[in-house]
Design a binder for this molecule. Structure first.
Ligand SMILES: [Zn+2]
Length: 449
């Protein structure tokens, strides 16, 4: 079975064919560590996580590289604002990012380079680009000469005029063309900088990713897969291709994949709108499996429009699974599932969730289907622990249960016993047992739920 994935470069679904038969390399642009991660950052990590799980199931060895950007103007600004050192900002938010990603059930990448650990490689990469005639030095800046790279624009498919609209035209005197981009820029005394042949300075963002990839793979090795949010296609990934192609005999990367944006009620998340949804809060209100389902509920190439229904739908699916899954030992037999085939067609997570939902119908009584459900959930990183004696339901589930109990009591008090029993049934199905005591109704969530 092969894995088909849409390739932004060729604009079609293609089979992933790594250079070597049994190993594959993937690089994903990681976070710039200066603030709490939000659901947009989570989607950019969880989509590659699903691909990584799929690749691991097909190839003997997978290099999954995700970087940490710990040098950036935004970090410098955040340090000033919080009145602390740059290191304390990057250490603090790297830890928070790691904790959030683990709490979401994402697997760790195999390589996690940091920009500050890669400066030597960045400097030597820039020197090589200059030597090959693809960059120039002006006013202590090093700039990539986009006119020197003939296929510039191939990934985004943008024409020159569109590219100029897409980059900030700052009329900087040191640029030959507005679309030329910075490889190295000078640092003033109090901002972070490293010695270089062009004076004390720091790298531009695009050269960081290219250098981290080449540092791990070698200059003349093609990367198999490169991912990131689709807002990075231009100029970031376009620039990576230009830089990487100029220093190597080999193609920079074969397969490009990009995930869509996360919108909140159809609007872009922004601090000014006050609609940014942070993971640390979300992880208090919902369990990881519900959040994973919500983040993967739209196909990864489509925008994900986050509304209260996104979480309600995810909660419903998770409750359905909880209500039907049996995690006892004898229900854990090894079976063939369809989950890997479904995901192998361009990571079709909506179809994967339909598959889980269909399995819940028979999983309680059919050992085979129960095992399929367990294994498929585990493949997707959804966990339903079997060892727990009791389960603390999340806030959303608790509120749903309490609403249903209230409705049931109202029905009983008005003599609608049949409808009240139907609600008891509904609660039983999601693993809730009711105990009526005097005027109170107590409830308990099934140990296996
Ligand atoms: Zn990048």
């Amino acid at each position: 079975m092969t894995i088909k994935l849409y390739n932004t470069l060729t604009r079609k679904k293609e089979v992933i064919k790594p250079l070597s038969n049994d190993s594959v390399s993937m690089y994903v642009c990681g976070p710039t560590v200066y603030g709490h991660p939000h659901i947009g950052n989570a989607r950019a990590a969880i989509v590659p996580d699903i691909l990584y799980r799929l690749l691991r199931s097909k190839f003997e060895s997978v290099k999954y590289i995700r970087n940490i950007t710990d040098v950036d103007d935004k970090i410098i600004d955040a340090a000033k604002k919080e009145g602390v050192s740059i290191d304390s900002i990057t250490e603090k938010y790297t830890k928070i990012y790691h904790d959030n990603m683990t709490d979401l059930g994402n697997l760790e990448p195999t390589h996690e380079p940091k920009v500050t650990d890669t400066i030597t490689k960045i400097v030597s990469t820039i020197e090589k680009i200059i030597r090959n005639g693809n960059a120039y030095i002006k006013d202590h800046h090093v700039l990539f000469d986009t006119d020197s790279f003939k296929s510039y624009g191939e990934l985004s498919g943008k024409k020159i005029e569109e590219m100029l609209d897409g980059v900030r035209i700052d009329n900087a005197s040191y640029k030959k063309s507005a679309r030329d981009f910075i490889l190295w820029k000078p640092s003033k005394d109090n901002s972070p900088g490293w010695d270089s042949p062009w004076g004390k300075g720091r790298p531009g963002w695009h050269i960081e990713c290219t250098s981290m990839i080449k540092d791990i793979l070698g200059d003349d090795t093609t990367l198999d897969i490169h991912g990131g949010g689709n807002d990075l296609i231009f100029p970031h990934h376009e620039n990576e291709i230009a830089q990487g192609s100029c220093i190597s005999k080999e193609k920079y990367c074969n397969h490009w994949f990009h995930n869509g944006i996360v919108l909140v009620d159809k609007k872009k998340m922004s601090k000014s709108l006050g609609n940014v949804i942070l993971l640390n809060q979300l992880l208090i209100d919902y369990d990881r499996s519900t959040i994973r389902v919500a983040l993967l509920s739209a196909h990864y190439r489509q925008p994900l429009n986050w509304t209260t229904r996104t979480l309600d739908n995810a909660t419903n699916l998770i409750n359905k699974i909880r209500g039907s899954i049996n995690t006892e030992e004898n229900f854990h037999k090894q079976v063939q599932t369809d989950i890997s085939d479904i995901l192998s067609d361009d990571l079709n997570t909506p179809l994967a969730f339909k598959y889980l939902s269909d399995l819940t119908k028979s999983a309680r009584r059919n050992i085979e289907d129960n095992a399929k459900l367990l294994q498929s959930c585990s493949f997707l990183g959804l966990d339903f622990p079997s060892k727990l004696k009791s389960v603390r339901p999340n806030k959303a589930l608790t509120s749903k249960i309490e609403k249903l109990i209230k409705k049931r009591n109202e029905l009983r008090n008005t003599g609608h016993f049949k409808e009240a029993d139907e609600i008891r049934e509904e609660l039983n199905e999601i693993g809730v047992t009711l105990k009526d005591k005097d005027d109170q109704t107590e409830w308990e969530l099934d140990a296996n739920s």
